[in-house]
Each structure stands twice: as C-alpha cells, then as structure tokens.
Design a protein around this ligand. Structure first.
Ligand code: HEM
Length: 163
C-alpha cells in the first residue's frame, strides 16, 4: 500500500533516524505539545463559556474573541509543528493508527466550529445577539467543547492503540 511505502521512507529518513537516536527529543517535543494543548484548551474553554453566558458578563463575545483567538491560532501552529515532529520521529505509531486519523478528523470539525463562531463577529459584533442565533451559538459552544475534549482523549489514546 502507498501509505506503507511512505511510512517506511519516512522512518528511514535521516531526520527520523536522528530523532530516534537522541532519546530526549521525543519527550521534549511531547512536552511542548502538551503545553500548547493547555493553552488552546484554556482559550477554547473561555470563549465557549462566554458563548454560553457563564463568564465575562462585563465584556462582549467579540471582546473575548479578540482576546483569545490569537492564543488559539498561536497554539495551533505550535501543535502542528510539534505534532509533525512526533510523526517524523515515529511515523508508524501515528500514520498507521486509526485513532490518529480519528483525532485529525475531530480536529477538522473543531476548527470549522471555532471558525463558524468567531468569523461572523468580525463582520458584525452583534451577530450572535439577534433572536434564535443565540440558541445556535450556545448549541455550537456545547458541541465544540465536546469535540475538543474528544481530541484530547484521542491524542492520549494514540499511545494505547499502536499496532
Ligand atoms: C495540529 C495538528 C496535530 C498533530 C499533527 C498532532 C499529532 C500528535 C502526535 C503524533 C502525538 C503523539 C502520539 C503518541 O505517539 O503517543 C500527539 C499526542 C497528543 N496530542 Fe496531538 N496533534 C495535533 C494537535 C493536537 C490538538 C489540537 C490537541 C488537543 C487540543 C492534541 C492533543 C494531544 C494529546 C493529549 C496527546 C498525548 C500527549 C502525550 O500523552 O504525550 N493534539 N499529537
């Protein structure tokens, strides 16, 4: 299969061999990954709790979005780079792992939901205040929290689903 050949090529690459030869690299990169998870989950939690009306009564949802969106974006870049390094270091462990595929699928859904909540605010600060939209926003916030929690669960499960 195509993926097998790619995984073998990647595992034999000088970068992958170097990562494997230095036992400290993977735990160091996993530490960076975990710290970025903490940042993105804190920002996602705050913006979704605001959407649910549970925090920040003194501020607007646009105010929260402006404050936390840069943290979400920055943490995502760190997660992408640290995640890619973990893949290069042990390609078989993730690229041939159905739980990793599940995690990436959930991440796509979570990013679409997050964009759907934040993007309209850039055009219209009161977009979510109008009538039934508030109920839609709150529904999306609940689903978004569930999906992000699912990504963390899948991320941890990867290690236990290695074949
Ligand atoms: C942006 C793209 C991402 C990529 C390419 C990626 C990739 C990876 C890889 C390859 C692992 C190592 C799995 C292992 O070998 O055990 C991992 C672990 C993990 N990832 Fe990600 N990840 C990404 C984003 C995220 C996000 C957004 C979250 C959660 C919000 C997340 C949560 C986790 C968790 C909880 C672990 C387990 C950490 C550990 O126990 O050491 N990842 N990720």
């Amino acid at each position: 299969m195509m993926i097998d050949r790619f995984v073998t090529w990647l595992a034999d690459s000088p970068v992958s061999v170097t990562i494997g030869a230095h036992g400290w690299i993977t735990p160091a990169v996993q530490t960076v990954h975990i710290l970025a998870i903490a940042v993105i989950m804190a920002a996602i939690l705050m913006t979704n709790l605001k959407a649910l009306g549970a925090v920040g009564a003194e501020d607007t949802i646009l105010g929260f979005s402006r404050r936390y969106a840069p943290w979400i974006g920055g943490a995502l870049i760190v997660l992408l780079l640290s995640g890619a390094t973990l893949i290069v270091g042990e390609p078989r462990r993730s690229l041939e792992n159905p739980v990793f595929i599940l995690k990436m699928g959930l991440l796509c859904v979570a990013l679409l939901l997050t964009a759907a909540i934040h993007a309209p605010l850039r055009r219209d600060a009161g977009f979510w205040q109008a009538g039934p939209r508030l109920a839609v926003l709150r529904g999306m916030a609940v689903v978004s929290l569930g999906v992000w929690a699912g990504i963390v669960f899948a991320g941890r499960w990867i290690a236990y689903a290695v074949t």
